[in-house]
Design a binder for this molecule. Structure first.
Ligand SMILES: NC(=O)c1ccc[n+]([C@@H]2O[C@H](COP(=O)([O-])OP(=O)(O)OC[C@H]3O[C@@H](n4cnc5c(N)ncnc54)[C@H](OP(=O)(O)O)[C@@H]3O)[C@@H](O)[C@H]2O)c1
Length: 266
């Protein structure tokens, strides 16, 4: 059966998801369409459900600012979505909306080959929460730091601190920038402290991606520390969603990732 898929967000014109999914469908000989749809930012849960059923969608990706709304709109939650409190993938099954979060496992796929034990997450928003939960589940020692206090209360079972409480002598295998600072073209925290933290790390990971290096990745690079930006995470979360849309076996993940990566190079 041909699939009718989309990504919803606001704004959405910048989304790379239509390119990745359409190309993977073509390469794998699967029938379907995938488009980017901008919804009004104040859409209600009922309006979102009506939109999904009335447009005859079989699956959708959800991006900013609708992930929390999607969480409340689905009939059933699978995997870590329940703990995370956000849904980025919805699949229709027997007129029911099944909600998944593929951001967290998508991130983990990017780092699972490394033998890391400790991680410092900078930022305490939605992405930091998703990543912190999967890394806790995988047995990492997780510390979450943020510039302000309020959001740190959402983190249970991990150490939390303010940026001002970070000690540059601390050492972590992995330092993740889960703040929106790169969107603003700045470093997430004072350069002297960040330099020390990165110098002790084995990998610096910025969830944000751009055509050029983000300030965070550029700093890691000048220190000779391996760095990654969020493009691989985007690809993996997309590929995991793709498997759900087409009900494909997990062993096909690498193949879908390969095609989605190729789509972004075109
Ligand atoms: N690659 C992917 O697939 C992927 C997926 C999801 C998200 N992302 C990226 O992840 C980043 C965070 O997204 P999110 O949804 O978690 O955002 P969010 O929920 O809005 O949280 C933003 C976080 O960044 C902090 N922050 C904002 N501006 C800052 C600055 N100038 N300096 C230091 N901290 C700052 C905020 O601190 P306060 O609490 O003090 O405001 C908060 O902790 C974004 O860059 C987004 O593009 C990438």
């Amino acid at each position: 059966m041909s699939k009718k898929l989309c990504v919803i967000g606001n704004p959405i014109s910048h989304s790379l998801s239509p390119k990745m999914h359409t190309y993977a469908m073509e390469k794998l000989g699967l029938s379907g369409s995938y488009e980017a749809i901008r919804l009004k930012p104040d859409i209600t849960k009922e309006e979102l459900k009506d939109f999904i059923f009335e447009t005859g969608l079989t699956g959708l990706n959800v991006t900013v600012p609708f992930k929390e709304l999607a969480f409340t709109a689905v009939t059933k939650l699978e995997g870590l979505a329940k703990d995370i409190g956000a849904v980025n993938t919805i699949v229709l099954k027997d007129k029911k909306l099944i909600g998944y979060n593929t951001d967290a496992p998508g991130f983990y796929e990017c780092i699972k080959k490394y033998d890391f034990k400790s991680v410092l997450i900078l930022g305490a928003g939605g992405s930091a929460k998703a990543i912190s939960l999967i890394l806790q589940k995988e047995g990492f020692r997780v510390v979450v730091a943020n510039r302000s206090k309020a959001k740190l209360k959402d983190f249970k079972g991990v150490q939390t601190r303010l940026f001002s409480e970070l000690d540059s002598k601390e050492s972590y295998d992995l330092v993740i920038n889960a703040t929106s600072a790169s969107l603003e073209g700045t470093l997430p925290l004072e350069e002297v402290v960040l330099k020390e933290l990165l110098a002790n790390a084995k990998l610096a990971f910025d969830l944000m991606y751009k055509d050029e290096k983000t300030p965070f990745c550029a700093l890691a690079s000048t220190l000779g520390v391996e760095e990654k930006d969020g493009k691989e995470m985007l690809i993996y979360q997309g590929a995991l969603a793709f498997l759900k849309f087409f009900d494909l076996e997990e062993r096909l993940l690498d193949k879908v990732v390969f095609y989605m990566r190729e789509a972004l190079l075109k």
